[in-house]
Design a binder for this molecule. Structure first.
Ligand code: FE2
Length: 364
């Protein structure tokens, strides 16, 4: 099998299927500072759904809700609740990406199609991945419109400022028991990804809960997909909790990069975004582990930002609580200062914090 990496330019957009796209759009504007970009719905000739497109830096999110009691969006939302349906990948040729991944054994979601309007044309094609999640290949080389053909510019008066979010750093998928290896192999075989790191239950466990993870990446490191599965512990893994409430595998978190995590987190907290809390004692020993950093530790402690170091540098990160009622999808905010890893040193403190939340939910 030709295992050359499928050429990918990065994440094009992430599409969420939600119960109420209009209200979700307000939340992402108000709480996260995403800017309004485009809209499609009844007014543009759609009869079954409405979609709001928002952007911050290179991060584009689409929020789609069904207008009907049946159909793909309605069925998906009924089963999974609010969650990520599409992880779209920007490519120079959607046709080549589709035919090559199909040749290597991918399952088609839809074959290449050209969509046009006055602003040019876009070629789209899509394949399936874990659970009901889909990768759409997007070639927008010959397009100058706000998002995709069929969408109109969305210019509301209400436009809160951004919060300094820049691009997708990585997107994590949760899969079923014993499916991590299979899913990692899918990205190896179909996309030509390589494994950057793996964690087993010895790395990622507390006294009570555990998970396993493999980080898959493309050759230019612009697309990184860690894949998690639950592992046996005394109590229920957070991955199992996700699978129970999402009714199957799905994207667990999108990590969004910033160049100034202190300003970004302070802003997000002021706007009402809720984050996981690690105990103050975390900061008593963290410096022994990470050594010298440029930031003021007191400031990091005040905002509860986590720190980790690898051979190449350090990183600062923090995780939101789930952003919908089901304890499923959440966001990570990350600032890399040389480090290419994912915060292994923080896993224990984080998972103890998640266990506390699970305990409050009665799902531990
Ligand atoms: Fe992450």
């Amino acid at each position: 099998m030709d295992n050359k990496c499928i050429p990918l330019n990065g994440t094009d957009y992430v599409e969420f299927y939600v119960g109420n796209a209009k209200q979700a759009a307000h939340f992402y504007q108000t709480a996260f500072g995403f800017q309004p970009i485009a809209y499609a719905g009844l007014e543009t000739g759609l009869t079954d759904r409405s979609s709001y497109v928002l952007r911050q830096g290179k991060l584009t999110i689409v929020l789609t809700a069904s207008l009907r009691n049946e159909g793909e969006v309605a069925e998906h939302h009924k089963l999974h609740g609010d969650g990520v349906k599409v992880i779209a990948l920007n490519v120079d040729s959607a046709r080549v990406a589709f035919s090559e991944t199909m040749f290597r054994g991918a399952k088609a979601h839809f074959p290449p199609k050209v969509e046009k309007d006055d602003d040019g044309e876009v070629t789209l094609a899509a394949i399936k991945t874990y659970g009901e999640t889909v990768h759409v290949f997007v070639d927008r080389t010959n397009y100058s419109g706000p998002f995709l053909p069929g969408y109109i510019k969305w210019e509301p008066k209400y436009q809160p400022k951004d919060t300094g979010l820049l691009y997708v750093d990585h997107i994590v998928g949760n899969v079923n028991w014993n499916e991590m290896d299979k899913t990692a192999r899918y990205y190896e075989d179909i996309f030509g990804f390589t494994q950057l790191i793996s964690f087993d239950d010895k790395d990622i466990s507390t006294e009570y809960t555990a998970l396993k993870s493999k980080v898959m990446s493309n050759d230019n490191f612009k697309v990184k997909f860690p894949i998690n599965e639950p592992a046996v512990g005394k109590k229920k893994s957070q991955i199992e909790e996700f699978l129970d409430f999402y009714y199957g595998p799905g994207p667990q978190h999108v990590a969004m990069a910033t160049n100034d995590i202190i300003a970004t987190i302070a802003d997000l907290k002021n706007r009402g975004v809720e984050f996981l809390h690690v105990p103050d004692s975390y900061y008593d020993t963290v410096m022994d582990r990470v050594g010298e950093i440029e930031e003021d530790l007191d400031e990091l402690k005040k905002l509860n930002i986590l720190i980790d170091r690898d051979d190449e540098g350090y990183l600062l990160q923090l995780f939101t609580k789930p952003v919908q009622d089901r304890p499923t999808f959440f966001f990570e905010i990350i600032q890399r200062k040389g480090a290419k890893s994912f915060g292994k040193g923080n896993f224990k403190a984080l998972f103890e914090s998640i266990e506390l939340e699970q305990g409050n939910r009665g799902t531990l």
